[in-house]
Design a protein around this ligand. Structure first.
Ligand code: HEC
Length: 158
């Protein structure tokens, strides 16, 4: 809704910019218009804590900056999926918070990948911190889409 209002304002204020952006949008992996309304509080201490946890436990597979393994969309020679990006260029942002936490706790489903489950190895607060870290890599558009997905999941009682 906010995005729609922002886009309407953008169209009225600067039609040529809006048209240009729409044009650039074709073939872009990230859908949607640039938002001018950003509601994105960032807990910098939590993000910093998450960076340390990420570097220690996650970077070997997901890449130093969350860029994912090369060829992450294809199964490897072992028939398993390589680690996807977490930096907003993959699909981690399609998952509401509860699903992200569950994936990190449980790890890969059998046969799907080699991600270990972190339940019992990382405390809930450490998982929150590592999620805050990789979310800090997402641009505002991606973050806003994720907020909508997360809100819908919460309202649906998930
Ligand atoms: C041994 C390699 C490995 C390590 C270490 C690892 N992961 Fe993963 N991760 C994977 C793989 C492979 C997948 C996708 C597998 C699947 O679909 O089951 C994945 C999937 C994910 C996903 C779901 C992403 C999506 O797009 O759906 C999240 C979130 C995630 N990992 C977070 C983490 C975090 C946080 C850590 C560190 C605490 C971590 N991973 C450590 C290999 C790893």
């Amino acid at each position: 809704m906010k995005t729609t209002i922002a886009l309407l304002l953008l169209c009225v204020a600067a039609p040529s910019f809006a048209a240009e952006h729409e044009h650039q949008g074709h073939g872009d992996a990230h859908p949607g218009p640039l938002s001018t309304v950003v509601n994105r509080p960032v807990d910098h201490a939590l993000v910093a804590r998450g960076a340390t946890i990420y570097a220690r436990h996650c970077a070997t597979c997901h890449g130093a900056r969350g860029e994912g393994a090369p060829q992450w969309q294809r199964r490897g020679a072992d028939g398993k999926m390589p680690a996807p990006p977490l930096d907003g260029s993959g699909h981690a942002w399609h998952h509401p918070m509860a699903d992200l936490i569950e994936m990190i706790n449980e790890g890969s489903r059998p046969g799907e990948g080699n991600m270990p489950g972190w339940k019992g190895k990382l405390a809930a607060g450490e998982i929150d911190a590592v999620i805050a870290w990789f979310q800090s890599l997402w641009n505002d558009d991606i973050h806003e889409f994720w907020q909508q997905i997360d809100r819908r999941a919460r309202e649906g009682g998930l």
